[in-house]
Design a protein around this ligand. Structure first.
Ligand SMILES: [Zn+2]
Length: 215
């Protein structure tokens, strides 16, 4: 089986200048794997990121890459990254592996939530690092903030608010009618919501003036 040379910046990844994976190396490889119906878990050494590693002809390789290679015979230069469809770094089940570009790998990260979000996001962990208040750039460099004639809404009057916005469901007349009905009749927000096919919340925002302020 031919091993192709694969450019990869990661240590312990597969950079092999041709050659064969011998039957005895394959046997040695699979002896370190616990197979199941789902993920096949690498039970030998793993790196800090949880990827298994396997020594082949004096070099360390990530086990899932070796598994992919045994199964497919090649890792191409166009798609040098071997990704886990199961998002389990210790898995070497060839069915769970797919080749891809570096960009694919980034997309996987975002999709699988390996990017820190919520409580793990930097803004939560290190709120002191975010410039706020007088440290915020709008205070430090107020001349850089587009205001007045340079502001976005001034430069782009075609971006419409209120009724002129194509997404608006109501006309000004209807907003007026809703407000009048609510203030002068015994109707409820619930009834108005049904009547206009809107959520009660939206009706509430209209009657309280939080939406359609310009009317
Ligand atoms: Zn898996």
């Amino acid at each position: 089986m031919e091993l192709s040379e694969v450019p990869c910046s990661q240590p312990a990844s597969l950079v092999v200048c041709g050659g064969q994976i011998s039957e005895s190396d394959k046997k040695r490889f699979w002896s370190k794997v616990s197979k199941s119906d789902g993920c096949w878990i690498w039970i030998a050494g793993k790196d800090v990121d949880g990827y298994g590693y396997f020594k082949l002809r004096g070099k360390m390789f990530r086990a899932h890459r070796v598994s992919y290679l045994i199964q497919n015979g090649n890792i191409t230069k166009e798609k040098p990254v071997i990704r886990h469809l199961c998002n389990n770094p210790a898995c070497v089940n060839p069915v769970h592996l797919m080749d891809g570009t570096g960009q694919d790998n980034m997309d996987d990260m975002v999709k699988s939530g390996r990017q820190a979000s919520g409580e793990r996001n930097g803004s939560r962990l290190y709120p002191e690092r975010r410039p706020r208040g007088n440290n915020h750039y709008s205070r430090v460099s107020p001349h850089l903030v587009a205001r007045g004639e340079r502001s976005y809404s001034h430069k782009h009057p075609e971006i419409r608010q209120g009724e002129r916005n194509g997404k608006a469901k109501l006309t000004a007349v209807e907003v007026g009618a809703i407000r009048e009905a609510y203030s002068k009749t015994k109707t409820t927000q619930k009834l108005l919501a049904v009547q206009y096919g809107m959520s009660e919340c939206a009706i509430q925002r209209i009657t309280s003036g939080k939406r359609w302020k310009n009317l």
